[in-house]
Ligand binder design. Sequence first.
Ligand code: NAD
Ligand code: GLY
Length: 353
Amino acid sequence: MRSITVELGERSYPIVIGSGLLGGGFDLSAQVSGPDCLVVTNETVEPLYLEALLADLAGKQVGAISLPDGEVYKTLETVEDILDTLVEGGANRDTTLVALGGGVVGDITGFAAACYMRGVNFIQVPTTLLAQVDSSVGGKTGVNHVSGKNLIGAFHQPRAVLIDTDTLKTLPDRELKAGLAEVIKYGAIVDADFFAWLEDNIEALVGRDAAALAVAIQRSCELKAAIVAEDERESGRRAILNFGHTFGHAIERCQGYGDWLHGEAVAAGMVMAARLSGGDGASAERLGKLLERAGLPVRPPAIAANDLLAAMGMDKKVQKKQLRFVLLRTLGDAIVTSSYDAARLDDVLEAAS
Ligand code: NAD
Ligand code: GLY
């Protein structure tokens, strides 16, 4: 078992990573300060892990709510359902919410915790690779609006993150690979040595080697924890975590959400951002090769350049200059900048069409 601390003063919290933590390997009750808690999960994860989690909460008064599965349910209506359950169950400010599931369950539960009685404690128990290396850490919570993803939300840090790496055994291959895109992202933006390690170990990761996955999860969490500690509310450096996301979100929007997974769109978006970064192209090539070996797409589906630009939230002529991108100075060293080569952006977008 390994523990990493997200250093945020009084709101610091542990990320505990290990195998066999659920169902007796970790005293989760000790992380629940009050007498009661509500576990929020979904209909896919519930039959797999809820029973084990409930056993770990012995001694507490525990309720559970199971949401329908899917990004489409990441809405205010679902948050209302959770809030109704809390009110009906007599929950108070001492109640702790526990999110058991992927990023969708984690984001919804965190937001419900931020809202209920102006904020109650919550614990993340992430069960997808993406949630274990990214969404469960850092306190971004929220839901979608019909006009866009994650438009409604709050920063609300969890009290603890409990990562049982065994839960990845039941995760579909495609979801595992989508999570690997975010792991590769950390190497690309802040840690060249980790990137090289990923190049040496990518087949083991895709093949679900438990030791390799544990290293990748731990290093990803260490890197994210450090960035969040430095810039909790994304007023500066934290924005580098959005590497590949400007293009990735545009791909998702043009494709229709749900066709490509988020991590797949980010993979293609990272290669586009690396190409936009310029230089001799070596970083973009290495990044593309690694993503390809992880079974991820390295170019977007055929989309007209103007459609991609529009999806990036811009009118080509008027606002193009205002765009901000996360670019690579070199592998392992990213910056956020609005200074980029406009002609190269055209080339990157045209290459997609
Ligand atoms: P997800 O939560 O939809 O999970 C993917 C699928 O895997 C779902 O069908 C889920 O039920 C299933 N699943 C979960 N754990 C499983 C397991 N162990 N075994 C079998 N199936 C399992 O998707 P995700 O990729 O985990 O998260 C995506 C969401 O995360 C998006 O809504 C995105 O906006 C959000 N996100 C948030 C942050 C943040 O900082 N808060 C960062 C990145 C992404
Ligand atoms: N996933 C980006 C962030 O947490 O800032």
